[in-house]
Design a protein around this ligand. Structure first.
Ligand code: ADE
Length: 249
């Protein structure tokens, strides 16, 4: 996979790329990431890349000439151009998986008050948001996309089965995990995890995932197909909760 980041702060992106899992993936050639500086495409001597909005308003708008030229310098026939900004379609794990299947991503980072709308029109960019909050620019959002996508590429995470166990990969939250010691400051690891009974462990973990999801993100349960066993687990959790409420009365 190839990823091109197009930004007016290329140094912000470059530093991060050296780190952790991603750095190793880059060194091993599993993914190739390049950063293009929009300023290199500025038409004037002052290398200006932004200007005040027509019609008035706060902030500065990223100009079309250098930005479109910068994007055009990296796109090819199979590229997916994504413009990062808070009004884009929200990214989720399903979207991340789709992006991980593509050959070439172009991540266009906005700054200030946004992009001149013609940048979106002329580059065919799809707008993408990483959440309902506003960052100062798209660079950190681009890094979020890069990290979420590259960790799904074959061989990037040490244990190749682990991404499938993540929160959201089957639409619900991940169950709690434990490692040694068995007991720490009076907090013990759930007994079933030490039992060696794989079926019981799988059921316990599924129950914990369902319990956490219902507690924290109930809307996720509406979106997935629950199995008959899931429904049974949820009924048991209901009974447990009712029992505890009775006990407290
Ligand atoms: N740039 C500013 N805010 C953003 C957001 N929420 N997602 C992606 N890019 C952004």
């Amino acid at each position: 996979m190839r990823i091109d980041v197009v930004s007016i702060f290329p140094q912000l992106v470059a530093g991060f790329l050296e780190a952790s899992l991603l750095g190793a993936a880059l060194r091993e050639g599993r993914v190739e990431v390049s950063v293009t500086d929009i300023r290199d495409f500025a038409p004037d001597r002052h290398r200006s890349v932004d200007d005040a909005p027509y019609g008035g308003g706060d902030g500065m708008v990223l100009r079309c000439e250098p930005t479109v030229a910068a994007v055009e310098s990296v796109v090819g026939p199979g590229s997916r151009v994504l413009a990062l900004g808070p009004r884009g379609r929200p990214l989720d794990q399903v979207g991340v998986r789709e992006l991980a299947g593509l050959d070439h991503l172009v991540l266009l980072c906005g700054r200030y008050a946004g992009f001149d709308e013609r940048i979106i029109e002329l580059t065919g960019a799809r707008e993408l948001s990483i959440g309902d909050y506003v960052l100062a620019g798209g660079e950190v959002a681009a890094l979020v996309v890069i990290e979420a996508v590259t960790r799904l590429l074959p061989g990037v995470v040490g244990n190749p089965v682990s991404p499938e166990q993540d929160s959201f990969s089957d639409g619900i939250l991940e169950f709690p995990v434990y490692t040694r010691p068995r007991e720490f400051r009076g907090h013990a690891v759930p007994e079933v995890l030490l039992s060696g009974d794989h079926a019981a462990i799988a059921r316990h973990r599924r129950a914990e995932s369902l319990r956490l999801t219902r507690q924290r993100r109930p809307e996720l349960l509406e979106k997935i197909d629950l199995t008959e066993e899931d429904r049974e687990i949820l009924r048991e959790l209901d009974h447990e909760r009712a029992r505890r409420t009775d006990e407290r009365r």
